[in-house]
Design a protein around this ligand. Sequence first.
Ligand SMILES: Cc1cc2nc3c(=O)[nH]c(=O)nc-3n(C[C@H](O)[C@H](O)[C@H](O)COP(=O)(O)OP(=O)(O)OC[C@H]3O[C@@H](n4cnc5c(N)ncnc54)[C@H](O)[C@@H]3O)c2cc1C
Length: 401
Amino acid sequence: MDFGLSEKMQVVLPLIDEFVENELIPLEPDFLRRPFTDLLPVIEEKRRMVKQMELWAPNHPVEFGGMGLNLVAHGLVSEALGRSPLGHFVFGCHAPDAGNIEILHLHGTAAQKEKYLKPLVAGEIRSCFSMTEVDLAGSNPVLMDTTAVLENGHWVINGQKWYTTAADGSAFAIVMAKTDPEASPYLQASMIIVPTDTPGFNLVRNIPVMGHSGEDYFSHAEILYQNCRVPEENLLGPRGHGFVIAQERLGPGRIHHCMRWLGICRRAFDLMCHRALHRPIGPGKTLAHKQIIQSWIAESAAEIEAARLMVLNAAWKMDREGSKAARREISLIKFVVANTMQRVVDRALQVHGGLGMTDDTVLAFFYRHERAARIYDGADEVHKVSAARQILKGYEGRKVR
Ligand SMILES: Cc1cc2nc3c(=O)[nH]c(=O)nc-3n(C[C@H](O)[C@H](O)[C@H](O)COP(=O)(O)OP(=O)(O)OC[C@H]3O[C@@H](n4cnc5c(N)ncnc54)[C@H](O)[C@@H]3O)c2cc1C
C-alpha cells in the first residue's frame, strides 16, 4: 500500500485546509442559524474563488472541468473538506450530485451529457436521486412500487418516494422505477431522468429530520410521481439495468461518505481537545486533567486513525482493482466509520456540556445530521451481513486448526 502524497497533493492539501479554515468555518454561525438559501450568494462567491484556484470538482473527470483525482487523493481532500458542513458543496463534490455525475458520465447519451452532465459538473444546476419509497423497505430496493410505462414515446411514471435528498431546488431527478415487472427481480427497474418542472413531479414536503425540515440543498423530500411523463430518450443506461447501475454508483458513493465523515471526526476531535484544555473545573485544573476525558481523547484518536487507514486501504484497492473487488472493504468501512464518527461527535458534545447542545458550535448539527450515516446507503446491519457473508465464503472448504 502506498498513501504517499504526490507533489501536486503536497501543494493542494494545505491550500484546501487553509480555505476551509479561513473562508468556510467563519460562515458557520450564519449557516447554523439562518435558512440555507440566505447563504447562497456568499456560497456562490466562495465557489468562484475555488474555481479560480483550480480546485473545483476534485473527483470529477478533467474532460468535464474537474481535477480528476484518484480515490486515495480525493479521500485526503474530502477529509479536509469534511471539517465544514459546507466543504463539499463549495468545492463541487457533494452528494447526491457526485453520484449522479458518475452515472451520467458512464451511462449518459451524448445529448444527456450535454444537457445534464455539463451544467451539473459546473455547479450551475443541482440534481437528486429518487429511489427509496415510503411504504417499502429501502434495505431491499427490489421491493419497489414505482412504475414507468412506455406510452407513445413517453415514460409515464407513478409512485411515491421519500428521502430524495436535495430535491428542493434541483433541476432534475434520477428516478428508479419498474419498467420490466416480468423480468427477474434485479432486471425489473430502470433509471429515468425527470426534470423537476415536469407536470406530475409533485414535491409534497421536505421531511422534518431530527426536528428540521431544512430547505434547498440541505433537505430531504417526499415526492409523488403522478402520471409524470418524460420522453423515452430520458432513459439513463440500458433498460432494466437500474439496480446494476445503482450498485456501481453506491460503491464510490459509500467511500465518499466515509471520507467526509473522517473530516467530521477531525473537526469534532479538535473541538473536544480545545475545550478540554480551556475549560477550568477548579483551581489550576481544566477538564483535560480528568482521566475520563483523557481516555475519550485517546480512544477517539485511536479509532479515527484506524478508520482512516481502513478508508485509505479501501480507496487504494478501488483505485487499483475497481469497486467490485473492494466490496468487502467498502462494507466494513461503511459501518466502522459511521459508528466511529458517532462516538467521536458524541464524546466531543459531552465534553462541551450544555454548550454542546446549542448551535453555538457545529457539534449539535453534526450530531443531528450525521446520525443518518448508520442508515443511508445501506444500514449498519446490511453491511455487516454482507461483509460476514463474503468473509465466510473464504472459509468454505478450508481446513482451520
Ligand atoms: C438522511 C437520509 C438521506 C437519504 N437520502 C436518500 C436519497 O437521496 N435517495 C434515496 O433514494 N434514498 C435516500 N435515503 C433512504 C435510505 O437509503 C434508506 O433509508 C435506507 O436504504 C434504509 O431503508 P429504510 O429507511 O426503508 O429502512 P428499512 O429497510 O425498513 O430498514 C430498517 C432497519 O432494519 C434493519 N435491517 C434492514 N435490513 C436488514 C438486514 N438484512 N439484516 C438485519 N437488519 C436489517 C436496519 O437496522 C435498518 O435500519 C436517505 C435516508 C436518510 C436517512
